[in-house]
Every structure is written in structure tokens, then in C-alpha cells.
Design a protein around this ligand. Sequence first.
Ligand SMILES: NC(=O)C1=CN([C@@H]2O[C@H](COP(=O)(O)OP(=O)(O)OC[C@H]3O[C@@H](n4cnc5c(N)ncnc54)[C@H](OP(=O)(O)O)[C@@H]3O)[C@@H](O)[C@H]2O)C=CC1
Ligand SMILES: N[C@@H](CC=O)C(=O)O
Ligand code: NA
Length: 433
Amino acid sequence: MAYKIGLLGLGTVGTGTAQILLDTNGRHPLLQGLSLHRVGVRSLSKSRGVELPEAILTTDLEEIVTDPEVDIVVELIGGLEPARSLILKAISHGKHVVTANKAVISRYADEIFTAANEKGVYVMLEAAVGGGIPVIQPLKQSLGANRIHRIMGIVNGTTNYILTRMQQEGADFAEVLAQAQQLGYAEADPTADVDGLDAADKIAILASLAFGGRIKLSEVYCEGIRNINASDISYAERLGFVIKLLAIASRDPQATLENDLLSIRVHPTLLPKAHPLASINDVYNAILIEGEPIGQVMFFGRGAGAGPTASAVVSDILNIAALLNTPVSGELNPLMSCTHQHYCNLAPMEDLMTRFYARFVTQDEPGVIGKLGTCFGNHQVSIESIVQIDTHGELAEIVVVTHDVREGNFRRALDEIQSFNVVNRIPSILRVL
Ligand SMILES: NC(=O)C1=CN([C@@H]2O[C@H](COP(=O)(O)OP(=O)(O)OC[C@H]3O[C@@H](n4cnc5c(N)ncnc54)[C@H](OP(=O)(O)O)[C@@H]3O)[C@@H](O)[C@H]2O)C=CC1
Ligand SMILES: N[C@@H](CC=O)C(=O)O
Ligand code: NA
């Protein structure tokens, strides 16, 4: 049976997707039953990286999502609007939807999946997290037997590229960001990447799948990499760590059905060099999932780019085509659809148990380290190491690494330390895995 695709967007990922759909030799035979029926763009005069009959291009995207001949709408325009409205309109016209749009899914999953379930259509999003890395379908299907305890990943390629270059060359953030922009890795407006927002969208989606409920994006803690500087990277290195932007979602091990708290956060993290995520460099992504009984499983690959992302988009199209070819009961396949009804409860950050790294600039005089130690002790913050790493004239740089402590206690100790006359400033506070 042949299925018709309405493609919205012919940019980086749209072009990669069209290229696969038009070059099916040696790929899955189901691809031969798919045809690219309409393609929606903003500008008809742009030159494209793929040759298409002129007649299938249009700037009227509504016409595509309401076209009675289209079976599957593939949304690759990005942004919130008109992407959200077009997805909803496609669903209301009975189209299955494939999207790479993590920004829309992380904000409007409830609205979109409720509409899709009512209409009996699928909304697939493998490309939205980790680009070409299979992680959405594995969570929905292959790992379905597990109780997931934790998902931890490097899910933003731009920031991983920047941190890798800073680590390898001792360069500062602003310098590497400018190079990343010149190379086309970071957007002209790099906010969503460097401030952790893109990673927050992605971990909210993964957490929803892993823990079986909806996530309010506004409750996800998010801290980016703008304040990471060459000194911290170098001190971290001397202490046996690398700094990575981690997205982490975990369930309290003591969770019960009545008292189920999740912790979902994005922040730069000091990772021991031997940790499996510590060697994920450049624009690569990796996602480490821990569950029972599987233990640890890690997914690694290219999290962005035309080909890798289109690979995920087309795999979603194939999954839908395969289901459409199978005799149907009228019900959606529960391993492919999303039926979450409730919102998960997220624990406040001040209750998080984590290790910390903090760098202090203080007067270089006797008793300072003792004062810091006493104050931390008074707030139940147990210190793993405290060392004076450098001196600059009358000022000393002191680095503290704690054991696992309650974040709220650590913050209260810092508030007090900040008021000490001998403390000039606290330039860096980072969590440690
Ligand atoms: N790039 C990547 O590596 C990855 C991207 N994604 C996601 O994939 C999606 C697409 O990203 P990407 O391909 O990079 O984006 P691009 O900016 O390269 O392409 C966007 C496309 O959508 C079209 N478009 C945008 N707005 C409109 C509109 N209002 N009306 C009509 N057409 C419109 C543009 O038309 P025109 O060409 O005429 O300007 C362009 O063809 C996004 O959701 C992104 O987050 C996910 C993983 C990786
Ligand atoms: N901007 C993202 C790419 C798409 O998800 C990144 O840098 O990883
Ligand atoms: Na993916």
C-alpha cells in the first residue's frame, strides 16, 4: 500500500529527510511504498539541496495538513508557532504526525497527545531527542520491561562542542562560542543551546517516557554553561574531572505509588574522568539509562545534523507505515502511542542530594580554610577536599569539593561564607557527580 507524505520544512532536517525518501535503494523495502506528496516552505525561490518537482512545493502549509490525500505529516519547520497549530490541525484532519520539534513537544505534549488519542493517530518524535540516536523508541518499546531509575545524558551537541574545545585548548567560553557560530554549530542566537533550554526540553521528554507521566517544563531546573571559565576547567582537570552539561532525570529510590518524586535538572557537572559520559566529546550526544533489571545501557551517536536527524525522522515514518499495513483493531498500538494522564511531581532543588565543587577567592591569611570548614560543618556539609590552589598577590584561590550534601544546606552555608570579611568572592559553584 502506498502512503503519501506531507513534509513541512525543507531546511537542514527536511532536506535530509527528502533525500532518504527519494533514494530508497538498499534501504527498508517499506520505503518504496512512500511518496513525497507535498512540501511546505517559507520561500519558493531558495535553492535546495534536493531536486523536487516544482509543483509539489508550496508556501501554504495549511493546505498540506488538510489535504485529504496526505496520510503522514512530517513537521520540520521548528519553533513554537505555527508548528504547534499545524500539528494540531493535521491531527484533527486524521493525519499521523512525525516531528523533530522538542520545543513544541516538551511544552504542548498534553494538548497534542490528547488530540491524537481522540483522533486515533500517532505522533512520533524519535528525532526530537538525540537526533539520529535511537532513544525514544527504545524507551517506549525495548526497555518497557524495566523500572527506570535514572536517565543521564549529554543531549546538546553545541554545548558539548564548546566544553570539549575549552577543555582541550584551555580557551575561554566566549572565544569558542564565536568559533562554534562561524562553523555553523551554534545558532546566531545561541540562547537555547548555551543556557540549557534545548537540553531541558529533551530531558523533559525522556523523563515523561521513562517515568510514565507528563512533566511541567517550568519545573525543570535549568542552568547553562555561560559561566564556565578556563580556570574551572583546569582546576577540575587537576582534581580528576571533566565538566559536561548534563541533563538528568531520576526517581527517588524510596518512591512509592503515593509518594513518587522525580528530580529533573540540567546543569554543568564535574564528571570523574572514568565515567562513561566523560569521554563523549565534540558534537556527539550520549544517553545513559539505568533501570531494573537491565542495569546500565548507553546510547551514543550524532545528536544533530541533516543525515543523522533524518534517519530518525524516516524511521518514525516507517513505523507508522508498518502499522498502517497491518490489519487494525481500531485501537492505537500502546507501545507507539502516548497515553499519560497525570503530571509527575518534581522535588525542589534544595532537597537534592549532590556533591558540590566551589571556588573561593579569599584573603591569603592564616585561618581562612578553617573558617570555611567550620561554617560548612555547622550546616551539615561534609567536605571531601579543601585545597588552596593558587595565590594572586594578597588573594588566594581555594577549591572545596563536598561529599553528597543536601543542596539547601550547602546554599545556606554559602550565604554565610559570602558575608565573611576574608572572602572576596565565590566565582564558581558547580555540582559534582
Ligand atoms: N538541525 C538539526 O541538526 C536538528 C534539528 N532538529 C529539529 O528539527 C526541526 C527543523 O530544524 P532544521 O531543519 O535545523 O531547521 P531549518 O531552519 O534548517 O529549516 C526550517 C525549514 O522550515 C521552513 N519554515 C520555517 N518556518 C516556516 C513557516 N512559518 N512557513 C513555512 N515554512 C517555514 C523553512 O523554509 P525556508 O527554507 O523557505 O526558509 C525551512 O525550510 C526543528 O524543530 C529542530 O529543533 C532536531 C534535531 C537536530
Ligand atoms: N541545537 C541542538 C541540535 C538539535 O537538537 C544541539 O546543539 O544539540
Ligand atoms: Na533520537
